[in-house]
Design a protein around this ligand. Structure first.
Ligand code: PMP
Length: 366
């Protein structure tokens, strides 16, 4: 049996989400649930209108801006409803039946976003990866943009298939990015985007809170007369406190932002994430036993998808990995096989332990 760290009984968690969180943040949260900022009251029990939680929100926003170098041209808000609600909120705010947005269809999550957008406006499929079973990210020659889209939508990391854009799509139009599963895992060019969003549960914190970054001059074009909860402008005006917000999720995101800043910022995250992913892809490429699911030029650093020679061995791999304190490695039901999620908070030792286990398993079963 391996142990995840010398100091704890926790095991390595490769789940796609909810997923591993930084140990320091979990320990801080344990204390703050009991008594935050010496107030004698825990973070879960404070009014969101009081000074303690007000400060929590202000710090979370300020640290978020520092992490990604987000200028005053952008609003930063914390929402409920997950990334799935953003699939609808974005077209609801920015499309009408006579307007078109371009969507780059790279997998199960973009499919859901496209469905929602069609409820509010026209969707031009600038790329459709269905025929290739979403095994890659399109190159510029595979993409056909429409004449004048309101925005170009892409999913930066396809959690299920294990593909990831190495850089944002090349277009002069403003982008909308689903960064649910790779937000803050590497430096981001915020300024090419109209909207970026990511729910908690992967790199950012627990589920229940969603980070949305919106360009203010784009927001000026938003539709009026929307239900207030679904109106970006109202949410921005109310400082994410239109109604009772998901206080704990935002509090925890704030801890994660501080953790990122203390650990080399986005460059530090990127370096460690590249190293961890390389360990696992090398273990796949270095053996005839494993087969990668995604095309090599499109591989995700966050979700590594692969297979053993057959489904029985996939199941045996998952079971024996768990006996070795390596959890959450079963592939998504639509893809099958195996998936190792290597989010920011997964320690390097976790990736090393998995690579070693993969080598041992291939030797015994190959
Ligand atoms: N987009 C992507 C890329 C995802 O991985 C997920 C969740 N796994 C979602 C959207 C949906 O997120 P939520 O469940 O928070 O709505």
């Amino acid at each position: 049996m391996t142990t995840a760290t010398a100091t704890s009984t926790r095991i390595f968690n490769f789940a796609p989400g909810p997923a591993v969180l930084p140990e320091q943040c979990l320990k801080q949260a344990q204390q703050d649930i009991w008594n935050i900022a010496d107030s004698g009251i825990g973070v879960l029990e404070h009014s969101h209108r009081g000074s303690v939680i007000k400060k929590v929100f202000e710090e979370a926003e300020a640290d978020c801006r520092k992490v990604a170098n987000i200028s005053d041209d952008y609003a930063v808000i914390f929402q409920q409803g997950g990334s799935t609600l953003q699939f609808a909120m974005c077209p609801m705010n920015f499309l009408t039946p006579d307007k078109t947005a371009d969507y780059l269809h790279t997998g199960a999550w973009s499919k859901k976003a496209i469905r929602e957008a069609k409820l509010f406006g026209n969707v031009h499929l600038a790329y459709d990866g269905t025929g290739d079973n979403f095994d890659h990210i399109p190159g510029p020659d595979e993409i056909n943009y429409s004449a004048n889209p309101e925005y170009v939508y892409y999913c930066d990391n396809n959690t299920i298939f294990g593909t990831e854009w190495s850089a944002p799509p090349q277009t002069d139009h403003l982008l909308v990015a689903d960064m649910c599963s790779n937000m803050f895992s590497r430096p981001i060019d915020i300024n090419r985007h109209a909207v970026l969003f990511a729910s908690g549960q992967k790199n950012l914190g627990p589920s229940g809170g969603t980070l949305v970054i919106i360009r203010k001059d784009f927001l000026e074009k938003a539709n009026a007369d929307l239900p207030v909860m679904l109106d970006y402008q109202t949410q921005v005006d109310k400082g994410s406190m239109l109604n009772t917000p998901p206080v704990f999720a935002v509090y925890f995101m704030g801890l994660v932002f501080k953790w990122i800043l203390a650990n080399g910022g986005l460059k530090g995250m990127a370096k460690r994430n590249d190293e961890k992913a390389k360990l696992i892809y090398d273990a796949i490429d270095g053996s005839d036993f494993y087969q990668a699911v995604a095309r090599p030029d499109s591989r995700s650093r966050m979700n590594v998808t692969f297979r053993t020679p057959n489904e029985d061995l996939d199941a045996k791999f998952v079971a024996e990995a768990l006996e070795n304190d390596l959890s959450g490695l079963k592939g998504h039901r639509s893809v099958g096989g195996l998936r190792a999620s290597l989010y920011n908070a997964l320690p390097m030792d976790g990736a090393k332990a998995l690579a070693q286990f993969m080598a041992d398993f291939a030797q015994k079963n190959g």
